[in-house]
Each structure stands twice: as C-alpha cells, then as structure tokens.
Design a protein around this ligand. Sequence first.
Ligand code: URP
Ligand code: ZN
Ligand code: ZN
Length: 477
Amino acid sequence: MSTLIKSGRIVTADQDYTADIYIDGGKIARVGADLHVAADAVFDARGKYVIPGGIDVHTHMDMPYGAITSSDDFETGTRAAAFGGTTCIIDFATQSRGRRMREALDEWWKKGEKAAVDYGLHMIVTDLPEAHLEDMDEMVREGVTSFKFFMAYPDLLMVDDATILRAMRRTGANGALVCIHAENGGVIDLLVRKALAEGKKAPVYHALTRPASAEAEAVGRSIALAEMAGAPVYIVHVTSADALEKISEARDRGIPAFGETCPQYLLLSVEELERPDFEGAKFVFTPPLREKWHREKLWEGLKSNALQVVSTDHCPFLFKGQKEMGRENFAKIPNGGPGVEHRLQLLFHYGVNLKRISLNRWVELVSTAPAKLFGLYPRKGAIMEGSDADLVIWDPEFVHTISAGTHHMRVDYSLFEGFTVKGNAERVFSRGALVVDGPRWLGAPGRGSFVRRGTYSGAWDGKRMASPGGNMVSGNF
Ligand code: URP
Ligand code: ZN
Ligand code: ZN
C-alpha cells in the first residue's frame, strides 16, 4: 500500500516548508516538492499542516488500582489517542513487590495486544535487590529503556533513596533513563493521616496534603542522587514553580535533568477540587493541581526548555462507581484523570494560538523531544525518509468544543469540559495506514505493535540534546 500526501505545510521541530510525502510499506519513502509518483491513495493537504504523530510518554491504560483498573484499556485508550493525533504512547508496566520485572513485562505485553497504535513500555520498579540489578539490563535488551521510581505512596510503590541511587548507577552504565515520581511520600502520609483525623475528608484535602514543597524537595533529592550516580534523570508530571526551579538550577549547572508537565497543570488549578457534589473528585490526581500562578511559570519552562516534554499522565477512572469510592474519604478516591485525546489540541490552542510557544516548539514538545529522550528517534518524532509514517494532517482552523459527550476516551467526564479549541487532527496515519479520517475510525485493535526502544544515550550535550548517533539537532535544545 502506497500513499501520497500532497502539498502540506510540513512542520517539524526545526523545519517548516511545503512538500509532498510519499509513503510506502508503512515508512516515509520520499519527501519533496511536486513528487510525480503513482500511489494507491492520494490526500490533498493544502492549507493544512503535516506533523509527525504525537508521542505521549506517560499513560496508564488498564492500570490496576486495588480492586479496579483505569477505565481505558489499550484498545479504547489508543483509539482515543489517535483521534487526538497521538500515534504512539509509552505506558507503564508495574513490577509487583517480590516479583521480577519480567513477569510485569509479559503481563503488559498481553494487555498491549489490543493496541490500535504503536506503544512502548516503561517499567515501574518497586523492588530492586542488588541481586536483581541485571533485570534492568534484560529490560533494556527487550526495548524497555526507562524505569520509573516512586518517592511517594509508602505502602504501595515507594522505594528508598538507596534503591534509586543503585538503579541510577545501573542506568548510568546501560544507557537507560530513570523517571521519578517526585513527592516526599513520608511527609505526605503524615499530612493525610492528620487531615483525616481532623475530619477533613473532602476531595480538596487531596491537594492540601500534598504541598508543592513536598514535590520540590523530592525533585531536588532525585537530582542530587542522579548527580551522585552520574546518570540522567527525568521528572514526570512537574506541577509547580518550586519543582521547576530545581530542574532549571540543575540544568544550569550542566546536570542532565529533564522534566515533563501535562495540560492539566498548564490549564487548571486547585479550585477545581472544590466543585460541589463531590465533582472535585474528578480532579484528584497526583501530584495535585496547584494555585493558578504556577501555570504561567510552567508555560515559561516550556518556552525556555527547562521542561522538554508535554505528556498527559492519562489515567482515567469513571466518576460513577470508581471516583465515588472516595465519597467519605478523599484518600480512597482513585488517583488519576483522563487526557490522552486532547494533548495536541490543548497545547496548540493555548500554546501556539495564544503565542506562548512557536509552531516548531509545539511539535518538539509533543513528538520530537519525547522521541529523542525515550529512544524512538528518528524512527518516530520525525518526518524523514526511513521514519515510520506516523503522520497527522492538522487543520489549524478547525474549532472544537471538548466534551465527555463527544470524546473517544472510555470515561464519563472530561477535565476540560466546555473548553473550545481551534486546531485539530483531521487525518491520522499509523505506520502508513489511515486510522482516523475526520470523525471516522478506520483503525483496528491489534494494529499497534510494541516498539523496542533504543537507549537515551547521546541525547544530552551540555544544555542541548543530540539525536542518537551524535548529530546535533537545531532548535530549542
Ligand atoms: O494520579 C496519578 N497521576 N495517577 C497515575 C500514577 C502516577 O503517579 O503517575
Ligand atoms: Zn507518577
Ligand atoms: Zn502517571
């Protein structure tokens, strides 16, 4: 099957020009002006942008949470992702305490069989005795080249600092990347217990017991550990100016510290948790929403490259029946919110349209930088001959109001209900196959494949990032 996309404005992290793209065998075969080549299907992209498919490096499909699971599985979640222009996700497999990483990987591969677009996996490590350190190398050989460690949730997921240091030493040697959920779990646990003892049980106490200083402290500590280990570190879901400052300061000293934030932290604030009728529970995720003033600082961080990636932390739970488990106690509200479908739209509208970031920076934040950091570049995150034909024809004029009534995520509410955005994915190609055509879904469960990722190695050179192989890529790095 061959496809020709004609006369689109090709926008990448560092280029902006008009050309045709010829796709053959799922790969970009040629890029050039006025290509005269016969193709099975031809699409006119005049007046539209053509961008590399979005890469969301932080999702939780089918994620166990006590007796329940997040409400999107790999089928519904990747379909929703594709409707929003995201053609690759990196989800999290979770090692159970006392079990080996291999078991988790096998379990998540099984879940991933239903994926409609390509997916990779990080490994959440909960247990890392010295004798099992080689499991990390085994994961790297399998293409799982990033590991998440929690500094929060003491009884469930948290590991101690020595474990993180041990892991960072290993990734310093094997080229993988340690990702950190940075919150001081011990302190937060104390605050939660105190609030509950005082009868403070409403959703807003979820946020009030997880202060920004508990986030910043853990970010600083994880960077110090990375420095000791001589390894890079990537902070997931950065929410606050306090945390951002720690990353900026480390980068200024030449430490390879990276960070992502998510649309909810850029656009929402802690007031949402005070909505009446328990509706605040819809906004219970971790770390929590902050006061409004933090948002502009995060936008500045995206612009200055103190933050490199926008992901979603898509972790949906139904309001009815799932979030409601915490009606009497905020600590029982499943933590997480939906978002995989709207990342590109929200960042385009509130970033590019409102002139906070450039068009190229938008592509860099949602596709190219995640591809480089997580070992997918230039197979993904690029429009180059030989890259996967994961492409989006983007209509910058399309106006759309986000609503749970029309979204494709399997969840009964939206964090962004009623937000009107201009700019939308019109056609989406996953390895050359047209999977989204306007409102029509043409994809299928199982069409997505597990992607074996390369290592992070080589993605850092002072304050800039190089493509694997060492070629410097111009742009914001
Ligand atoms: O509340 C959240 N973010 N749930 C997902 C797990 C995590 O910490 O990323
Ligand atoms: Zn986390
Ligand atoms: Zn998460």
